[in-house]
Design a protein. Structure first.
Lengths: 583, 308
């Protein structure tokens, strides 16, 4: 055999092995039928009946609830800690360590809406030493707003809880915060203004109770090391405790034997740090992982796999434009650009269907979500042409040059090229493409002096599951988050009234009205909501996804997750609530 | 010899200083801020950012930061990681043995297979086996290791189920694939080096002379060819060993092996300045040491090289 022949043969072998279609099917068939799951200690249940859930993980810096801004990290903290309240399956606040959700009716909220009382139940710390007290929550809230601690969510309580703003600005000591322990079992929070959404904030991970003597124990290499079990027992209050952290390799949560809620069904959650999606997928197929990601280019191939689940995140992406300067100060021009986008094609061509088309402002998972809102601005080439003509630019004539800004990357380029062609086809508008670096792109949204001119894609993700995080907070006149410069006094009035409304029913009506006003004004062009896509083995039961869980599926109800002993138990128990099955 | 070694050690000081200074400068030239890692989605309030910077000394002028860092390093303290909950010293102590075990294994495989293969191919130049080796080694060296990693994983883990995809410390089977991947590169490298070195000697005048004097084939081979032909390999060995022991960025990241290579990648992604500095300096120190060992061993193999 000469060199050439040999090389040719080798190429054929390699091509055969790496061809994805052929390959993955073969692997799957083999792994489902013949692979002995007990070969590694990594499958659902081993011979001793210990239930271990194996999930693809990543490395985290720490599991410190007050210091967390990352949703995936927060979701894992939900396994280790508990707060006053938690979100239920419908994203509404439900009791956790607090006995009930305070309302005016049950006397938990004062008539003026300024004082909240949380009565605590008997709730043990995971080390069995003592129970969670109101003082522990005071400590957690103080850590959150302490500027020295530097929480990324430190400013969330500003303008809501008494003295939070002054503490953040260093003008008042943390002890002056309007969160007080009236006794061991009673926590009082005093607000500066009525805030219908405070219970939604009290359901966030940032208010999870942590125990001062555990957080501030001596002998730690740095402040954040208290959540690393290598430096001693990490005391929590959730259904699991962290017992092993093999950095960059594996993080193990074990069932908390002292948990005061419904005990977890799983014995262990084993997160294996694996960043390469191809490897994670191979491990999933090899029964080494129960929940895993996969290479995004396999999405269309895997769509028909019943194990594939697509979960919507509480985020809305939009095409943004400056509402103050011409030509986008004219609502008809903004309308024209909304009509001009064929979102179905865009999702398919540009995003590979990883995002899901959405025309309303509130995404699924946030109370008040209504998919029927905004549909009037969906793709319609005729309406697009007419709106642009009505605005005084028939067939795009007379329209000043419009820039499309995007992060220079292959994905960014793909998006930009698509818009350029689409707007040329429908509106006869020639976009000027402006690729910029990520840093400049991000800065433009933080610094009003550096705002981009023209069009750009941007979005908003929920901090907590309540419409107040989306209305006045994002689109209020002169609000820091209002990057497009939208201003409508009527919207301001309705949305501020909703934020202060104490009657939940009335507040919901006002939020709906605010969303309708906002959508009618087309302040931005709504595009889609992003999703997390995961492969989930059929043996994983009772997974309850949440729009806030950041891709770590099932985070708010870790204690419910179970593993079927028999592989034949199937899909029926998988979630349908927030989950949208890919078809 | 002692004098030579001492001189080299003294030289090490300015070299390490230069490495640290260049790394430090490069790190601070790269955009990104460890105290405000996600300015787009979650900008840190200015007061929190400044308290973070104060805590890690990042508010100081760069020159002061650098001298503080050096002073600490001289006392054996590489500082705390910004991302990880461990100190940089702890990370090196935890992760180096894993990388070193893989590196040492790969090196042994590489030398154990590469040297005999290289010798054989040199002796049987242009035979079928030699040509096969040439193609294979070229293929191995030219193909990025992640390509082979994926191929081998799908073959041995996905299809044949002989090993696991993921790495588990306590299961020896899971060490096999990464070791084979690391090792095969070294085999290829060593084979080519040995083959080329030996071939050069094989056709030199003094070997012809030795043959003509009537020396036995094996004597010529063992005493003359081998000894001189393996010399270039010694040069390669220093940097190769240092490189292997500190871990492969790619293989460790792919298999999720918690070694120094993986730590290095994470330190870059997370802007973990102290970890990045620490790992780089550690690598430089190791490289220097191995080169010194190699240089010191030259005279043992080749008496023509004496210390000046």
């Amino acid at each position: 055999m000469n060199k050439l022949h040999f090389l040719a043969l080798l190429m054929v072998i390699i091509a055969g092995i790496s061809s994805p279609g052929v390959q993955s099917n073969t692997v799957k068939a083999v792994s489902h039928d013949t692979f002995d799951a007990g070969m590694v200690n990594s499958s659902a249940t081993n011979s001793s009946g210990v239930k271990v859930l194996h999930i693809q993980g990543r490395e985290y810096s720490r599991f410190d609830p007050q210091m967390t801004a990352n949703n995936a990290q927060a979701t894992l903290e939900g396994a280790l800690f508990r707060g006053l309240l938690r979100y239920d399956e419908n994203s509404n606040p439900a009791p956790s360590i607090a006995l009930e959700v305070p309302t005016i009716a049950n006397g938990g909220i004062s008539a003026d809406g300024l004082t909240y009382i949380y009565k605590l139940r008997e709730w043990k710390w995971s080390d069995g030493k003592g129970v969670v007290t109101a003082q522990d929550f005071v400590y957690a809230f103080q850590r959150l707003v302490d500027p020295k601690a530097g929480s990324p969510y430190g400013s969330l309580l500003n303008g809501i809880v008494v003295n939070a703003t002054d503490i953040q600005n260093g003008k008042q000591p943390v002890s002056s915060l309007g969160v007080k322990a009236l006794d061991d079992k009673t926590l009082q929070v005093t607000l500066v203004k009525p805030a219908s959404y405070f219970n939604a904030i009290a359901s966030m991970w940032i208010t999870y109770a942590v125990r001062k003597d555990n957080v501030e124990r001596t002998g730690l290499p740095k402040d954040s090391s208290w959540t690393d079990p290598a430096y001693g027992v990490v005391v929590g209050s959730g259904p699991f405790i962290i017992t092993k952290w093999d950095h960059n390799k594996e993080i193990v949560f074990e069932r908390n034997p002292n948990y005061s809620g419904t005990p977890a069904k799983l014995d262990d959650i084993d997160q294996i740090v694996i960043t390469d999606s191809k490897i994670a997928y191979a491990a999933y197929q090899n029964n080494e992982l129960d929940i895993s990601g996969f290479p995004s280019d396999l999405f269309s191939t895997l769509k028909s796999d019943p194990a594939l689940h697509q979960y919507k995140a509480a985020c809305t992406n939009y095409l943004g434009m400056n509402n103050v300067n011409p030509p986008f100060d004219n609502k008809l021009v903004r309308e024209a650009f909304s009509y001009a986008i064929d979102r179905d094609t865009r999702e398919h061509v540009v995003d590979n269907d990883i995002n899901v088309k959405q025309l309303s402002w509130l995404p699924e998972g946030v109370p008040g979500y209504d998919p029927s809102l905004g549909t009037q601005f969906d793709f319609n080439a005729d309406k697009a042409k007419k709106a642009l003509a009505d605005a005084g630019y028939p067939d795009g004539k007379g329209l000043p040059e419009i820039t499309f800004n995007y992060v220079s990357s292959s994905d960014g380029q793909k998006t930009a090229d698509w818009y350029k062609e689409q707007f040329k086809d429908v509106l006869n508008v020639d976009l000027k493409l402006n690729p910029i670096d990520l840093k400049t792109y991000l800065e433009s949204f933080n610094d009003p002096a550096k705002r981009l001119t023209g069009l750009y894609e941007w979005g908003w993700c929920a901090d907590y599951l309540h419409p107040s995080d989306w209305m006045q907070f994002v689109f209020g006149t002169n609000q820091a988050n209002n990057v497009v410069g939208y201003s409508n006094p009527q919207f301001d009035k309705v949305s501020m009234a909703a934020d202060a409304e104490l009657d939940p029913k009335k507040a919901a009506d006002e939020y709906r009205q605010a969303q309708e006003l906002l959508i009618a004004d087309v302040p931005v062009v709504f595009l889609n909501t992003p999703t997390a896509t995961k492969l989930v083995k059929p043996r994983v039961l009772n997974l309850t996804p949440n729009a806030l869980d950041g891709g770590v599926i099932g985070g708010f109800f870790w204690e419910n997750i179970d593993l079927a002993v028999d592989n034949s138990t199937s899909q029926a128990a998988l979630p349908t609530a927030v989950a949208t099955k890919a078809q | 010899m002692v004098e030579y070694a001492a001189r080299r050690m003294i030289w090490m000081i300015p070299v390490l200083l230069a490495v640290s200074l260049i790394t430090f400068t490069l790190i601070h030239l790269v955009p990104g801020d460890p105290c405000n890692p996600d300015p787009g989605q979650h900008p840190i309030p200015p007061i929190a950012e400044s308290s973070c910077k104060e805590k890690y000394g990042l508010d100081q002028p760069l020159f002061i930061q650098y001298t503080h860092y050096l002073a600490n390093v001289l006392q054996g303290d590489f500082g705390v990681s910004l991302f990880d909950s461990r100190t940089v010293n702890e990370i090196i102590v935890d992760d180096f043995p894993v990388s070193a075990a893989f590196g040492l294994g790969a090196l042994l495989i590489g030398l154990g297979l590469g040297i005999p293969l290289g010798l054989y191919c040199a002796a049987r130049r242009n035979s079928t086996i030699d040509r096969l080796c040439t193609v294979l080694t070229m293929l191995i060296i030219a193909t990025p290791s992640f390509v082979f990693a994926i191929l081998l994983i799908f073959l041995f883990a996905g299809t044949l189920h002989l090993v696991t995809v993921l790495f588990y410390r306590d299961q020896w089977q899971s060490w096999l694939l990464p070791l084979a991947l690391l090792g095969m590169r070294i085999v290829a490298l060593v084979q080519r080096f040995v083959r080329a070195g030996v071939l050069e000697i094989l056709y030199s005048d003094y070997i012809r002379t030795a043959h003509s004097k009537g020396l036995k084939q094996t004597t010529v081979y063992v005493r003359h060819v081998l000894r001189n032909g393996l010399l270039p390999l010694l040069t390669l060995l220093g940097p190769l060993a240092a490189d292997l022991l500190t871990g492969s960025f790619i293989i460790e990241s792919i298999f999720g092996i918690p070694g120094l290579g993986h730590a290095f990648v994470i330190s870059v992604v997370e802007r973990d300045y102290p970890l990045l500095m620490g790992v780089t300096l550690f690598f430089a120190l190791l490289l220097f040491t191995f080169n010194l060992i190699v240089d010191l061993s030259y005279p043992l193999v080749d008496p023509r090289m004496a210390y000046r």
